[in-house]
Write a protein that binds this ligand. Structure first.
Ligand code: ATP
Ligand code: MG
Length: 493
């Protein structure tokens, strides 16, 4: 079979709709032709610095127009991009760069102190700063992208173990963008607000959609709820990608106001959504699309349309058109309502982890990815995500999902946040243990909180004890690290 290829996305887009707005950053709007011109120029400068097709380049960048241009420019040159999370520590970054085998590191002056901290640990590789690239000579620009080729290597968040470098091909990104638009549709004048990081699949996938669809993106360097609400209310934003904490802050800031009718999609992903937040959104007529996905699926793979947001409350929805999903338990497909591992396949799903044959073979079998997440499908085929397999607590033969207990704890008005993990127990095997951070100034006793839990949880799910602490351990993606809870008990108290 001939290798499938598509015309270079941004270049082709600049040819097809040169004058359409591509991206707005800090009040300045760039058309697709302007973005292409900047990209070509940057590609020439990167080529002058030595980058060539087939190289791989780690990038440490902000959400900034220069970062977007750099990403496209590396695609133009046929250079694989290793996307680095700029919230990671110098040590974590050095590990990822080493692991990825990148031959260059591209960054910018604003990360000077982080780069200094990394200096001692970094493998021998040239560091290029965007501001100091040489003036451009000539560069060979890819006219076509092969769908099989690796576009990006993006590390998982490292919530369950060491991060793994996910290989994302051009085909994975293409099909992710197509799957999304088949589900959400595309309206004239659609504008997607991107305040999620462009080094993460949530942000990068918006940049891909922009050039594939010919759609405008408003890029924010960092998330600010007032800015985001203003962009929707006054700046024509019709779609925004958010995680729960962002949505929470936006709803809070919105107060009694509402969004214009043109605003059509609040795409919510990255983790579980608390039911009370979804209810508040329903009341304010905010069109929330819940979604489920991971780095390995190059953005969301399952989405719940708002018309089901109340009848299927808590569900992540159904797979996007090109993808398939099943629930498996002990090698057999589970029936409706039966919990098991979520297994997915589709052209947006990675072919594996970089340099990790063992992890790839463990996770992927016959084109199906074993996600490590537990969930079930209801009678109508809607997915409910329960928890991560590695966090499951088995107590007296019963499955206990930490997320369910955390949800109940989190609803108590005095509780700011809660984390639950299992601890050994002679009689039951394991029992849940809760770590709770209270709101500032709140006073709540362990017995009162456990009484509260008893109102909504079966007795075997009631935490053995509650440990009050000042904060919970989180990773660079702000995800709760349950495995660290027990380990660092003293540290978190
Ligand atoms: P690692 O794989 O290194 O442990 P990670 O899985 O947190 O890190 P990501 O790819 O950023 O890395 O996150 C994907 C995970 O986020 C999913 O596998 C799932 O556990 C969780 N997640 C995503 N969407 C949802 C959702 N709607 N409900 C519950 N969990 C979700
Ligand atoms: Mg994962």
């Amino acid at each position: 079979m001939a290798e499938e290829k598509l015309p270079n996305w941004l270049k082709n887009r600049a040819h097809l709709s040169p004058d359409r707005p591509a991206i707005e950053f800090e009040g300045q709007t760039y058309s697709f032709l302007e973005l292409h011109t900047l990209t070509e120029k940057m590609a020439r400068r990167l080529a002058s610095a030595g980058l060539m097709a087939g190289d791989s380049c780690a990038v440490l960048l902000r959400n900034h127009i220069d970062g977007v241009v750099a990403i496209h420019a590396l695609f133009y040159l046929g250079v694989k991009i290793v996307m680095l999370n700029n919230k990671l520590t110098a040590k974590e970054l050095s590990w990822q760069i080493e692991d990825s085998g990148a031959s260059y590191l591209l960054s910018e002056g604003s990360f000077a102190s982080k780069l200094d901290d990394m200096a001692g640990n970094l493998p021998e590789l040239p560091l290029l700063l965007i501001e100091q690239l040489p003036n451009g000579g000539t560069a060979e620009i890819l006219q076509e992208f092969y769908l099989e080729d690796t576009a990006t290597i993006m590390y998982t968040s490292g919530t369950t173990g060491n991060p793994k470098g996910v290989i994302q091909s051009f085909g994975n990104h293409w099909w992710s963008a197509v799957g999304s638009v088949l589900n959400l549709g595309l309206h004239e004048g659609d504008t997607w607000y991107c305040a999620v990081p462009i080094f993460h699949i949530s942000g990068l996938s918006i940049l891909m959609k922009s050039v594939i669809y010919g759609m405008k993106v408003v890029l924010a360097e960092r998330f600010d709820e007032r800015e985001a609400n203003r962009a929707i209310q006054e700046n024509g934003v019709t779609i925004i990608s958010v995680v729960t904490t962002m949505l929470n802050r936006m709803v809070h800031d919105l107060k009694e106001a509402s969004y214009p009718d043109d605003f059509r999609c609040m795409l919510l992903g990255g983790g579980p959504a608390p039911i009370h937040l979804l209810e508040a959104c329903k009341e304010k007529k905010i069109p929330v699309y819940q979604s489920y996905g991971m780095t390995e699926t190059s953005s969301q793979i399952v989405t719940l349309a708002p018309e089901y947001s109340m009848t299927k409350i808590g569900s992540a929805g159904k797979p996007l058109f090109p993808s398939q999903l099943r629930i498996e338990q002990d090698g057999k497909a589970s029936g409706p309502g039966e919990a098991g591992e979520i297994v997915v396949s589709g052209p947006n799903v990675t072919k594996g982890y970089f340099n990790r044959l063992d992890a790839t073979q463990q996770a992927i079998s016959d084109g199906w990815l074993y996600t490590g997440d537990l969930g079930y499908l209801d009678e109508d085929g809607f997915l409910y995500v329960l928890d991560r397999r590695s966090d499951l607590i088995i107590s007296g033969g019963e499955n206990v999902y930490p997320a369910e207990i955390e949800n109940v704890l989190g609803k108590h008005p005095d509780v700011f946040e809660a984390g639950v993990t299992g601890t050994e127990d002679e009689k039951w095997g394991q029992v849940p243990l809760a770590f709770v951070v209270l709101h500032q100034g709140a006073e709540l006793s362990e017995s009162d909180l456990l009484d509260y839990c008893r109102q909504s949880l079966a007795s075997y799910k009631i935490p053995r004890s509650v440990i009050f602490c000042k904060s919970l351990p989180r990773n660079g993606a702000s995800k709760l690290l349950r495995r660290e809870l027990k380990k660092g008990m003293e540290e978190w108290q």
